[in-house]
Write a protein that binds this ligand. Sequence first.
Ligand code: FAD
Length: 335
Amino acid sequence: MWKYLPEDRRGEYAATDDEAKRWVDSASRGQTSDARRPPELSTRDNVSRAIYTEVREGRGTPHGGVFLDISYLPAEHVRRKLPSMYDQFKELADVDITKGPMEVGPTTHYVMGGVRVDAETGASTVPGLFAAGEVAGGMHGANRLGGNSLSDLLVFGARTGAGAAAHAAKHAAQSYVDPVQVADAARELAAPLERETGEDPYALQRDLQEVMQRLVGIYRVEADLNEAIDEIGKIRARLPRLAVRGGRVYNPGWNLAFEVRNLLIVSEGITRSALQRTESRGAHSRLDFPETDQKGWGGRNGVVRRREDGSMDVTTTKLPTMPDELGSLLGGGAH
Ligand SMILES: Cc1cc2nc3c(=O)[nH]c(=O)nc-3n(C[C@H](O)[C@H](O)[C@H](O)COP(=O)(O)OP(=O)(O)OC[C@H]3O[C@@H](n4cnc5c(N)ncnc54)[C@H](O)[C@@H]3O)c2cc1C
């Protein structure tokens, strides 16, 4: 991993295998040492790009990943610290990660964008709709760093719960649900169950996964992103033909018939935003725009809105100025 470390971060990582091993030894005993951490513990976007590059250049494992070897650690320590990883490799692949290397590769990890909310209350721009956690956007910038999701959930989960409760207390008396909208929604929900033949929602989900993995993955280029928008459109055109077998009780296929619509919206939003953003920043890496363009894109967020005709509008907005007390905590640079 040494060669993949960003130049300005090199100083934070061990310079030799010996130093890395000293760090691991101390960490596994719960102690600190003067050794720096191994470069394999770089940020996940960086490790993903490294794995992708190694595989593309022909140094991948038989299943298209890379080897991760932690078998030099005491077996008891591995089983205690990584119990589910140990069990999964043993049960699903018959690989004992305490005895030899495991094959690993990048997958979807976190959605950095999301519903735009007010940071104090979690209120979205849709009255009465509140969001917190991974579904909300703007908290982590271009790269959610390790452990920060948990802190996000604790802080903004509490704020949003309080915000939603205050809203409900204020508006409960005036609540009104349009019966025509309810009847339309119920009819739409029932339709896939009533169709005798049609498209399987699992097929749409699988095709969408394949498109997103191949064309909107770790490295993006304009031609791929445009192709992905076309492919997403073709999958969306299959939605009205969805048919689901079985009844209304515990039917994951029926649930997926609606979820797949949302997956298509989120996928299109991600793809159009990635196309718009002609730079590389955090976990967004454009091969055709490899540099971070601070002048053009610094302090700007992409915003996706629904137009009247249902199509997607993608623009940008300037981030609010960071308050001085936060700027000083984060090392200056208020933007
Ligand atoms: C492999 C992996 C490792 C991670 N490791 C860490 C880590 O070490 N530290 C860290 O801080 N973060 C980590 N994260 C991120 C963190 O786990 C998530 O960001 C966090 O769990 C998100 O919590 P959430 O409550 O916002 O969403 P979720 O936990 O996704 O909860 C959303 C819930 O809504 C339910 N739901 C969905 N649709 C519907 C519907 N239509 N009706 C009703 N319910 C619905 C879902 O079933 C789910 O229970 C990791 C993520 C992954 C994938």
